[in-house]
Design a protein around this ligand. Sequence first.
Ligand SMILES: NC(=O)c1ccc[n+]([C@@H]2O[C@H](COP(=O)([O-])OP(=O)(O)OC[C@H]3O[C@@H](n4cnc5c(N)ncnc54)[C@H](O)[C@@H]3O)[C@@H](O)[C@H]2O)c1
Length: 449
Amino acid sequence: MKFLSDQGNTSAAVIGMGYVGSTVAAVLAGEGVDVVGIDVNPALVAALEQRRCWFSEPGLPELLYSGLDSGRLRVTTDYDLVSGVDVVIIAVSTPVRDTELVDVPLRTACTELAGHLREGQLVILKSTVPPGVSRNLVAPLLEGGGLKVGEDFGLAFCPERLSEGQALHELRTFPIAIGGWCPDSVAAAGAFWRRTIGAEIISCASMESAEMVKLASNWWIDHNIAMANELATLCAVLDVDVLEVISATNTMRKGTGNVNILLPSVGVGGSCLTKDPWMVWRAARDRDVELDTIPVAREVNDSMPGYTVDLIVEELARFGKKLEEAKIAVLGVAFKNNTGDLRATPALPIVTGLQQGGAEVAIFDPLADSGEVKKTFGLAPVETAREALSGADCIAVLARHDEFDDIDFVALRESVAPSCVIIDGRAYYSRETIGRFRRHGFAYRGIGR
Ligand SMILES: NC(=O)c1ccc[n+]([C@@H]2O[C@H](COP(=O)([O-])OP(=O)(O)OC[C@H]3O[C@@H](n4cnc5c(N)ncnc54)[C@H](O)[C@@H]3O)[C@@H](O)[C@H]2O)c1
């Protein structure tokens, strides 16, 4: 094979050891690949060397530490080690500002890499990028070191489609889409993923096609959730449980699968769904194509934190309580369930809205780093759920982590206010659980429930 040797153990460098890079590096090392993880942030590298993982992803710290302990995984800030590996995977951040890609991390990484590439290597871009970036930005920058793409080294775009909370499982099982500079690049990338993760491969006709696979995925998710959120706001006024509607609707076959309406919630956050739709919208606009559904879906999803604050105010008013007199226990401030990631979390505008209305807010989130919570919310989190709930007029579950299974609101009934409302922002409590809350004197409202 032109770009990947058939002999011996495969080795890889992962450029950018953030959330995605750490996951990819840990999984590859777990599969026996010799991996070097390279990041420009010395604090991140030092933390990993001291067996401190910054990302609260189930199973990730253990996998990283076992890779580091076995020597299969090494971490460094030094690009020199790149020349010794077979495959270089780029997973640096690709943020968007005002709909435009901020390409500085990608440019810096590619420029640095160019000086370290050697003949026969394969470069795989995993960072999410607008269509055309692999060909028009990454390839020329990598060629800056004198080697020619397609001749001296291979280049492929393989979008990362994992989501936080189930990243390890998804990385090991999701089919991998590959778009390559040339057939040899596609063949080498396919061989690499089959040999290491054993993944099913989907070959795309071009790098642009593979770039669009990622963008279409997140466009669909954001759009689908916007529909679920609007459905929820309608169900709320019809006194219909949106979850009942969704689960019954989703039994209908359509196309190659079932209708699959996702779940409504207090809003869409995280580093991908809040930016990727804008990336594709901007790519379309630059080519004189207007994508109307993207701004609409973004607007709907961005309106959900305000909707949640209004819901809390409305429920408190039923008990004659004003927001400025209320204590709100906020459980879970991460952008979704079972992650500690606070990036673009919808909990932030909710907490801000509650505080601006004069409420006293107590935050509890066992997965989020307490220093990060303090920095993001300007409020130190409390250490226990009991502390947060003490005297609360409202328990707002904005992200429901598995750790919350142990918190029994009913058992803590005496410590909350006599009239206390549970706001179910993303817990999706069962009918039985809601019935139990109500029997013990709690009011309950969910998004569309
Ligand atoms: N987080 C997710 O759930 C997810 C899922 C799929 C795809 N993605 C995409 O994957 C990419 C990475 O996302 P992430 O969440 O891991 O971001 P992140 O911010 O957690 O990690 C990016 C890392 O790259 C490092 N970096 C920046 N410039 C560098 C350089 N020149 N050389 C080496 N390291 C450099 C940063 O220090 C950081 O540690 C983005 O394009 C994102 O859109 C993310």
